[in-house]
Design a protein around this ligand. Structure first.
Ligand code: FES
Length: 473
């Protein structure tokens, strides 16, 4: 347990507010600290407010724990973040680094995700260190929209400072730093006005692809964005995957809160962002969690649901890959019909369960991504079968079972057997950009070549979205 000496100004603040203000490690907060998800568990004792009815209900039988967004400080206390808070963050990537032997000195490549931050420290042309942590901004909401709202309500400075302070310790003596993130996050970290991203016609203040003065490096390059919801993480990641040089039709998907999709061949390159919601990251799922020890990561059907957890620990939640497997297994076992109706209201995996409500959240998430893929193919006037390769990027993607993803229709069934996982492509792209000016120019050129397809109000997308809500029989 860590002791916390309370200051006068801490009295009445929630533990989450204190952790945030003090720059301390924080628990995951899928509901954005609104006291709804019950996931911000902290083991603690000491002078804290008594739990209210809502907290008692959310805590259930978890003795010795409090919820960081609800427990308020009344004096000194001791605390310990649970294992649930140690995110298993994907920093690895497939493929080669663009080695540039002429690159001397210290470089930094930073991939700021909505949920996690991955930092690569590069010394004399080689990645020496990979560090990852939960994005401190999760305290203001699990998704970008809540943070845009927060930024609009005087929170912009806080959002910038939190990221700058989180990156600064790794930046000492850095000559050049590359940052990639979604468009909103690139606005937050640079302090650009993000208000245009939150409202129609979704016009960002900047599309970046230029250098900034930031306090953690002599020069900092912010990766180029394409539109309000296709950011520098996608341009960096897509280029690192090689799709910008693909001869045959290739699909690149980064599955997260938003499913960003790129479809390209030698003639055209299209992209879109499908609002999947945070279901794949564990939010809006009753027992959902990020991929940590104890998370159900694999599920299969063998006369009933069988499962495996990360680290073979007792099940404490279901992460995105487990959720997709679970739905695939329920379909295989005939316990779930094509409309998404479960035979029973809950199916248990040890102490955790999947519910009818969870299936509905997953249906909307998978329908958004599948419809996004099909809309791009339709815009290209190509059949789905013309797609020769599917690249799935992102930490979450690495863990999913490709067959389960096809079974539930997240990836069209016709693309079964064509799926490749490339890990953290955005981080890979940021490293390449840090090492080479040619890679920065290549990424900028691809960002310019990409045609953005807006899905909201897109007739074809709306029609496909409704169709994709169903599970194929
Ligand atoms: S209940 Fe605290 S973050 Fe959701």
């Amino acid at each position: 347990m860590t002791d916390y000496k309370c200051k006068e100004s801490d009295i009445g603040k929630t533990l989450l507010e204190i952790f945030c203000a003090e720059g301390l490690c924080q628990p995951e907060t899928p509901c954005g600290g609104k006291g709804r998800c019950g996931k911000c568990l902290v083991r603690c004792e000491g002078a804290l407010s008594a739990p209210d009815e809502n907290e008692i209900k959310l805590l259930g039988d978890k003795k010795g724990f409090r919820l960081a967004c609800l427990a308020r400080c009344e004096g000194d206390f001791s605390y310990q973040l649970t294992e649930q808070t140690e995110a298993d963050i994907q920093t690895d990537f497939a493929g080669d680094i663009t080695l540039n032997k002429a690159t001397e000195g210290k470089l930094l490549a930073v991939d700021i995700g909505t949920t996690t931050v991955a930092i690569y420290s590069i010394i004399n042309g080689k990645v020496k260190d990979k560090i990852s942590f939960v994005n401190p901004q999760t305290a203001h909401g699990a998704d970008v929209i809540s943070r845009l709202v927060f930024a609009g309500q005087t929170g912009a400075e806080t959002l910038k400072n939190e990221l700058v302070e989180a990156i600064k310790p790794y930046g000492a003596d850095t000559d050049y730093c590359v940052i990639c993130g979604n468009t909103a996050i690139e606005h937050f970290v640079t302090g650009e006005d993000a208000s245009g991203i939150a409202k129609l016609p979704f016009t960002p203040a900047s599309l970046f692809g230029c250098e900034y003065q930031m306090p953690f490096a002599k020069k900092t390059y912010i990766a180029p964005c394409v539109a309000a919801y296709v950011g520098g993480d996608i341009t960096c990641g897509a280029v690192a995957s090689g799709i910008d040089r693909a001869e045959e039709l290739t699909l690149y998907i980064d599955i997260g809160t938003n499913g960003e999709i790129v479809l390209a061949d030698k003639d055209r390159a299209l992209c879109c962002a499908a609002a999947a919601g945070p279901a794949f990251e564990g939010a809006n799922i009753e027992c959902g969690c990020i991929a940590h020890t104890g998370a159900v990561e694999k599920v299969w059907y063998d006369g009933g649901l069988k499962y495996k957890t990360i680290g073979n620990a007792p099940a404490t939640g279901i992460c995105g890959s487990g959720l997709i497997d679970c739905v695939s297994a329920l379909l295989a076992g005939g316990e779930l019909d094509e409309t998404g109706r479960l035979d029973e209201d809950r199916y248990y995996l040890g102490d955790v369960y999947i519910s009818q409500k969870d299936i509905r959240s997953l249906q909307t998430a998978k329908a958004a991504i599948a419809a996004g893929i099909k809309t791009l193919a339709a815009e290209m006037k190509k059949p789905i079968t013309a797609i020769k390769k599917v690249i799935i990027a992102g930490g979450f993607g690495t863990h999913i079972d490709p067959d389960s993803a096809c079974d539930i229709g997240l990836i069209p069934q016709k693309l079964r057997g064509r799926i490749e996982f490339m890990g953290n492509c955005a981080g890979h792209g940021a490293v390449n950009c840090a090492l080479s000016e040619a890679e920065r120019k290549r990424t900028e050129a691809f960002a310019k070549r990409l045609e953005y397809i807006e899905l909201s109000g897109h007739k074809k997308f709306n029609q496909l979205y409704v169709d994709e809500m169903f599970f194929e029989g």
